[in-house]
Design a protein around this ligand. Structure first.
Ligand code: C2E
Ligand code: MG
Ligand code: MG
Length: 404
């Protein structure tokens, strides 16, 4: 289209385009991050002119947002999605939930949820097949209002997602209060291969935070297998991006959905790329326990401890949590009489704290300890001193194992 789209003419041109059915919905599938099957899709507006030119949203949507006339377009797209879903359901074809973008202007629209219900119910579409996407920056503008807005959408049975998360400046504290159930991580947070450690730290924290808030995570703009591999290790649930599929016209999306087997079997792949860090940490712990059946976490500054003991440690009489100095007294009582002083001196709290101040980071002793079976074994006890990043306390991690 040769006409330049401007603030002055955009409203009239898009209005006309809607009347002429030149505004089309393109669908971009979202894939299950582990088994690669399509689980949802996003509806994206495209202006397809009479001569076949496809005008992308950035040429008219930002202008319409500024002017406030975007709402009509959003409702138009929503209705087109309902028409599509109704037709698919009528023909007993497979459907997946579709998310629709709603501009920031709607967050101030009176009775938005009721209007959404009316629009969707007119087509008899189950509410769980529709999701409302609102950008993070739109949500961060009027916090109180947005929380009520999101609540009303959830109460009406629709899902709501925070779009482009990480591109704006909203605080995590605010996000925790928004009752959104999906968070879409913005593509600007993914560099080409997620190779920078700092970037990975940021992403891991966002996923950890979202999962603890019980939100479903979607990564947007995924273009490489390396990004996919890393996102899987973060426990990301859904992937949307050119790596799998670009936004496509309705007919193509229908074909893609119906050609896909209902349940894909998870690809046989390197398990490490699909394991979330928590599972990896559990595996690591198993290996450490295998070598050190007794691990004690102690806070020397606060004289407390917490014990992790593996099933086959040979002395089980220790308490599992309590006062550190009592633990050492108890430990000494299980040692061979000739080794008790050595053990007590080595793990004296004051001695350890001053050694830490002088730069000591580990301390190990070997003593003979009486097992539950009445046999003395030589036991190596090693303390590793660490600082808790959020406090001044000096912590000790004790690894203990029998050496004969
Ligand atoms: P969005 O909602 O964040 O949509 C995702 C955008 O990322 C889409 O751009 C999509 O084509 C693009 N994308 C997806 N995967 C990749 C990838 O792997 N690499 C790259 N580089 N890009 C990818 P699109 O379709 O141009 O839409 C741009 C924005 O326009 C959307 O961002 C959304 O904010 C807005 N928009 C689109 N349709 C509507 C609508 O109906 N209403 C409203 N209010 N906004 C809309
Ligand atoms: Mg979106
Ligand atoms: Mg987005």
């Amino acid at each position: 289209m040769n006409i330049e789209i401007t603030r002055e003419n955009v409203e009239q041109l898009v209005d006309q385009a809607m009347s002429n059915s030149e505004i089309k919905v393109f669908y971009q599938p979202k894939y299950d991050a582990v088994n690669g099957s399509i689980v949802s899709a996003e509806a994206l507006a495209r202006w397809v002119t009479a001569d076949g030119e496809v005008i992308p949203p950035f040429r008219f949507i930002p202008l319409m947002e500024e002017l406030g006339s975007i709402t009509a377009l959003d409702w138009y797209i929503m209705k087109e999605v309902c028409v599509f879903l109704k037709n698919e359901l009528k023909n007993s074809r497979r459907v997946v939930p579709i998310s629709v973008n709603f501009s920031r202007v709607h967050t101030k629209e009176q009775g938005f949820a009721a209007m959404l219900c009316d629009a969707v119910d007119a087509f008899g579409i189950p509410h769980e097949l529709l999701e409302v996407e609102v950008t993070e920056s739109a949500m961060a503008t009027d916090e109180k209002n947005v929380i009520a807005f999101a609540h009303s959408i959830r109460e009406a049975g629709f899902a709501i997602s925070i779009d482009d998360f990480g591109s704006g400046l909203s605080s995590l504290n605010f996000v925790k209060d928004v009752p959104a159930n999906v968070i879409k991580i913005d593509k600007s947070l993914l560099s080409s291969n997620c190779e920078s450690e700092k970037e990975r730290i940021v992403l891991e924290s966002i996923f950890g935070f979202a999962h603890r808030l019980k939100m479903i995570t979607v990564a947007e703009g995924v273009e490489t297998r390396e990004q996919l591999g890393f996102l899987r290790t973060c426990g990301c649930e859904m992937i949307q991006g050119y790596l799998f599929a670009k936004p496509m016209p309705e007919e193509q999306f229908r074909e893609l959905l119906s050609d896909e087997p209902e349940m894909k079997v998870a690809e046989q792949e390197d398990i490490l790329t699909t394991q979330a860090p928590t599972t990896a940490t559990e595996m690591l712990l198993d290996v450490i326990f295998d070598r050190y059946p007794l691990i004690i976490m102690s806070n020397l500054s606060r004289n407390s401890f917490y014990m992790m003991a593996y099933d086959h440690f040979h002395n089980r009489s220790c308490p599992s949590t309590g006062i550190y100095t009592e633990l050492i007294r108890h430990g000494a009582s299980t040692m061979h009489p000739e080794d008790r002083q050595l053990f007590t001196d080595a793990f004296d709290v004051g001695a350890q704290l001053s050694a830490y101040e002088q730069g000591q980071r580990t301390r190990a002793v070997v003593t003979r300890q009486l097992g539950d079976d009445g046999i003395y074994r030589r036991v190596e006890t090693t303390n590793y001193y660490v600082k808790n990043p959020s406090a001044d306390d000096v912590l000790a991690i004790t690894l203990s194992r029998a050496i004969d």
